[in-house]
Every structure is written in structure tokens, then in C-alpha cells.
Write a protein that binds this ligand. Sequence first.
Ligand code: PHE
Length: 447
Amino acid sequence: MKQRENFSSKLGIIVATAGSALGLGNIYRFPCEAGANGGGAFLIVYLIVALLVGTPLMISEFIIGRRSKSNPIGAFRILSGKHNAWPVVGYLGVLCAFLILAFYTTVAGWTLGYLGKSIAGHFTGQDLGQIQQQFTDFTNHPWWPLVCQVIFLALTAFVVARGVKDGIERFSKILMPLLLVIMVVLCINSLTLSGAADGLRFFFHPDFSKITGRVLISALGQSFFSLSIGMGALITYGSYISRKDNMTSSAISVVLADSLVAVLAGIIIFPAAFTFGIQPEAGASLAFTTLPMVFQQMTGGYFFCLIFFLLLVIATLTSTISLLEVIVAAMTEEFKFTRPKAAVIGALGTAVIGILATISFRTGSPLHINGQTVFDLLDHVTALYFMPIGGLLIVLFVGWKMKRTDVLDELTNGGTLRQGIRMAIHYLIRYLCPVAIIVIFISQLVR
Ligand code: PHE
């Protein structure tokens, strides 16, 4: 049998997993959710959930992936023994990857469009009204958003078709740290704005009376979305991790880096929103109006804007790669497609639903289901249902279905790593994670 590819080094897993995790979830979706769900109250729930539920769940996915060396569908079949329902979790994960990729590439297309706008200098000297109008005009344009989305999908398919190591690792290694540097500069700039105090109060001061079931499930969904967990992306990446890698420390590094970038995005966006009079509840347009406003008032704004959108495009690309990789790994291993063929078919399938999502975003579009745009529907269904349910089934599988000795063997690399924290993680996987997910899931249903 063909030797399966592995990531080439410990840095390889961290870089690839961070590449999957960091993306629009941090810079576009996180501020949008925090803004709509009360700011500080959301942030605190988000961080607690990311650390205490997100980390063990990420490690659980790595365990399933590395133990089975298979895609999510094959993984559950291999580890659960034949003839039971567990592979359904893998199918749900692949379906979820497909649904996320569809609406995610809508926004990914916008980032490409905004990269073009920043090169052309469209934001220079514009006031808030004009920048808001640019967002409306761009997202309502008959073909630009679609062209950008299709280009983005094509780029993704190209990288995935070339295979794991070459495609994924090389991209992320230098560019993700650079993104962090630029974000720190932007943070410092935001802290000097006149609305900084109000913005920081909104983002950091928790008003506990605002914590409702809706805030809890939104924070849970956002943390799963942002960490790429609950749907098999990290089972797939876990299957490329070598026996020697320390999964626990890698997962902790990624969760910390991902949370840091989300918090930085908040520190950039909320002070700016309060300064320029943009509502924190603005929704999808929040990042795409606030950021250009930030750049156009900043010294060297043209340059920063360009580099920022370029790096955002790349951060987004490493996330779309990991989503398409789930579909492609399943198609090549379960249904014997070749990698290039699977990448092309996966991207074409995604384009069909993705284009509907993009069109549904237009003002007055009839593409509404149940009062929601196709775009919002895909976002809500995946983050509020698929990922929490997928995550629950994954921790139940590792905590209760897999043999304890096998799980501990994976956690400690066959007894060569110290048990201490790993026993605690096993405990979190078995008890805290399932209980927390169930309680939060139910809390949104009971109003
Ligand atoms: N975590 C990615 C982001 O924050 C999105 C993503 C979700 C990627 C699920 C893979 C799987 O942008």
C-alpha cells in the first residue's frame, strides 16, 4: 500500500493546524459575533469554551486521525469496528465541510475583491458613507463577487490537488507570523483613536446579565468554527501527524494563537467602530467597513491596507485548503477518486451552493429560506448545529467508545511523554466536554 504522507515536523502540524484555524473566523466572524452578542460577555464565554472545551476536542480529533491514519469516514469505521453507526459522524463532517466551504468562499471572494480595491487605492480619502457604499456596491455587483469566489475556489483546488506537504506547509510557515506582526501594529494604531476607551469597554467589560442561551451557543459555535473543530478537518490533519509528535502541546499552541488573533481583531475593530460611528452589531459588513476606515486615517495606510488584505487572503486560503482537504481525503480513500479529480469535483460542487450563497447576500435577493439568506442559513446551520453535535459525538467517541489504553497510548506517545496534564485532558474529554456541549446546546432551545 502507498505510504501515507506525514507532516514533516512538529512545526509542520502547528503551522498547518494554525493555518486551518486562523482565517475569516478570527478576523471577520469573531468581531461580528462579539458585536452582536454584547461584546465583553461574549468574549469571556468564548475564551473559557475555547480553552476548556476546544483544546480537548482538538486533541480528540488528532487522536482519532493519527490512530486511524484515515479520513473522517474511514477513521470512525476503522476505530469502532465494523457494522455500526459511527461512520455517520464522518459523513456529517464531510457534509459540514462542504456547507462551510460554500459560504466561506463568499467572504473569501470579498477579501480578494478588497485586495484588488486596496491595490487600486479605492479607500484613500473616503468617508464612512462612501466606504459603506463600496461594501454594498461590491457585494451587490452582478459578477465581481462571483468571479472572486470562483478564483478563490480554483486556487484552493490547485493547492489541494498537489498534495499535503508541498501544498499546505510551504504557504503558511512565514506568512502567518507576519500577519500577527501587522495585526499588532494595527492594534497599537486603534488604541490611539478617540473611541478607544469606549471600544475597549465594550469588548472587555463583561455585562453578565447579557449572557443568554443564545450568547452561550454563539460563543460555542464561534469557538468550534474558529478552531476548525467538530467536523473532521483536524481528524484529517491528525491523520498526517507522525507518531513522534506531541499533539497536546501542538493543540495548546494553536488554541492560544487562535484566541490571540481573535482578541487582536477585536482590539483593532471595536475602538475603530466607536471612533467612526459604526454599530458593533453591523453584522457581515463590520470588518469590511471598519478596516478600510482604519487604513485610510493611518500614516502609511495604503501600504498597510495592501499587506493586510494580502495576508488575509493567504490566511483564508490555508483555511479553505483544510476544508477541501476533508472532502478530497474522503473521496480519494473511500471512493477511490484520484486526488486531482477529487479536488476539481469537490470545488465544482462547492461552487454551485457557494454561488447561491453569494447571490443571496444581494439586497432584495429572493434567495431566502425561512426568512434567512442562504448565506446566513449555511453559517447558522453549521456553527450552531453541525459543529456542536459533531464535537459532542467526537468527544463521546474518544472518551467512551475508544479503549482507554489506546487513548492514553496516543496522548503519551506510547508512554514516552509525561502523563500529568494528559490525564487531566482525558478527564475533560470524558466529562466536562460532553456535559458543557449538551448544557449549552439545550440552553439555546429553552428560552
Ligand atoms: N477555522 C477557520 C477560520 O477561522 C474556518 C474553518 C472552519 C476551517 C472549519 C476549517 C474547518 O477561518
